[in-house]
Design a protein around this ligand. Sequence first.
Ligand SMILES: [Zn+2]
Length: 68
Amino acid sequence: VSYPNVCDRCSGPLPVSTMSRFNTEMCCMACIDKERAHPKYKEAEEVEIRQVRAGNYNYHGIGKPADL
Ligand SMILES: [Zn+2]
């Protein structure tokens, strides 16, 4: 298994990787902070929780908003 060392979204360095809530990109904290501030973040989080509760662990997110 090889771990990515650049952010999928901004291609910046990735000391700590966190998966986006909008899709399956591995993002740096700066990008995660940006998506947390997006108005659709709450919706993405709620849909994900519902999917996981329903047993759908292959859920890939609602998709990255075009303006993120
Ligand atoms: Zn980034």
